[in-house]
Design a protein around this ligand. Structure first.
Ligand code: ADP
Ligand code: RBF
Ligand code: MG
Length: 404
């Protein structure tokens, strides 16, 4: 996502570098990875690994996820054993992980944009498949917890159905075979570096949606044809597939997502440097929402205690331009206030997604883009389905003359 970083031949969907796709290809089939691409099982598995590693008396360092991602269970287990010098075999470790994960697949949530994509492909008759390194019976369990997915995915290739796991091309070639497809007309969507390699080795076009912090691991995705911030930013027409038609007023409806708390000090540059004040909320209380939501620019309504309800536009993320050390929420209330309101309770109802966070060639370009976001938010929030949330009780109970 960093446009200053030209070391890799990766195109991104950031407004500051509107590069065309590397080749104008006609895609007829889509092959999707499951874990980390469509559902957030990676978080659950990493939690399990931490408990197991700690149980062996070793100190969990939170590192190495990129080595485990997308590999088959035993290979991934072997890599963990090596990293932590664990006194067990890959098979023993895998059994422990399975015991831990049993009945927890239900807790894996669909990643942002996943349901939208699956429904879109299904309803437009685009042939698609899952190619997942997990064993068939785990895939079945995972799909069963997502409404409509078992019916939507008629072609599923599991890790235990091929000889060589990702990064070998076997699983994607098998998926193409079952789809009756030429690999050259298949689009692979992957979150893991090993999966990206496998897709390219199969002669397919590969779109990466990294589930690893993009900055640090950027180079691991350099084989991909395109790297996107999230599935929300996928534009199927780029590949000759039917476009999404679900934006309203230039905004993708979502949520509602509720977050709130007292206004705290931010990075101290919103008003001073940009002329755009952003009322920050304490990140500690929001850590779960921050982790679950895609970095990007959103619209919504803001209720400020004893003041009123206002239109709002905000970004969630690290602000690539400033490269902040922390992922924050930066709401700009689209109203002129006479005074600052630090310490006052601020509540947000987030109802739409505009775009990914981007880097910019200059501060002026960033400011101009944020003003454009503001104009989009102002207009869209008067439209259905966004307008109704101005009356959400989460906000209206904050008004000066509210009864409760
Ligand atoms: P900080 O670094 O503390 O976030 P900013 O320069 O971004 O400082 O200013 C944010 C503060 O400005 C808010 O906490 C709030 O008290 C005040 N403020 C005034 N007008 C607005 C507005 N329209 N939107 C958000 N905050 C505003
Ligand atoms: N910062 C970025 O680096 N990239 C962005 O794309 C970006 N978009 C923003 C959109 C909105 C609506 C707002 C309010 C802020 C955005 N900023 C972005 C964040 C801005 O840099 C941030 O408010 C300052 O860092 C002040 O703390
Ligand atoms: Mg601020």
């Amino acid at each position: 996502m960093d446009s200053n970083d030209d070391a890799h031949a990766v195109t991104t969907a950031v407004p500051s570098s509107p590069l065309p796709p590397p080749q104008q290809l006609k895609i007829y089939h889509v092959i999707l990875d499951l874990d980390g691409t469509l559902i957030d099982t990676e978080t659950l598995v990493e939690e399990a690994l931490e408990l197991i590693v700690t149980g062996y008396g070793k100190k969990w360092n939170g590192e190495g996820a990129h080595k485990r991602l997308g590999k088959r269970p035993l290979e991934s287990a072997a890599s963990l054993i090596q990293d932590y010098d664990l006194p067990c075999t890959p098979q023993e470790l895998y059994s422990q992980i399975l015991a831990f994960m049993k009945n927890r697949w239900a807790q894996a949530r669909a990643l942002p944009g996943a349901n939208r994509l699956v429904t879109h492909l299904h309803s437009h008759g685009v042939p698609f498949a899952i190619a997942s390194s997990s064993p068939a019976k785990n895939i079945k369990a995972k799909l069963s917890y997502q409404a409509g997915w078992t019916e939507a995915f008629t072609v599923v290739v599991a890790g235990d159905e091929v000889i060589n796991g990702k990064p070998a091309p076997d699983i994607f070639l098998e998926a193409a075979k079952r789809l009756n497809a030429d690999p050259a007309t298949c689009l692979v969507i992957e979150d893991a570096p090993a999966g990206v390699k496998a897709g390219k080795a199969a002669g397919m076009t590969v779109l990466a949606v990294p589930s690893l912090p993009t900055k640090e691991f950027h180079s691991l995705y350099s084989d991909a044809d395109v790297v996107l911030n999230s599935l929300l930013d996928l534009e199927p027409e780029t590949w000759g597939l039917p476009p999404f038609e679900d934006r309203i007023g230039g905004v993708l409806p979502m949520g509602p997502l509720y977050m709130g708390g007292p206004v705290v000090m931010g990075f101290g540059r919103g008003s001073k440097l940009l002329g755009i004040p952003t009322a920050n909320l304490a990140t500690t209380a929001l850590s779960k929402q921050l982790a679950e939501n895609v970095c990007g620019v959103y619209i919504g309504w803001a209720g400020l205690a004893n003041h009123g309800v206002y239109k709002m536009v905000m970004n969630i993320g690290w602000s690539p331009y400033f490269n902040n050390a922390e992922k924050t929420v930066e709401p700009w209330l689209l109203h002129d206030f006479a005074e600052n309101f630090y310490g006052v309770e601020l509540r947000l109802v987030v109802v739409g997604y505009i775009r990914p966070e981007a880097n910019f060639v200059s501060l002026e370009a960033l400011v101009e883009r944020i003003h454009e976001d503001g104009r989009i938010a102002k207009a869209a929030l008067d439209m259905a389905p966004y307008s109704q949330y101005a009356e959400d009780p989460y906000l209206t109970t904050m008004l000066p003359n509210s009864a409760t």
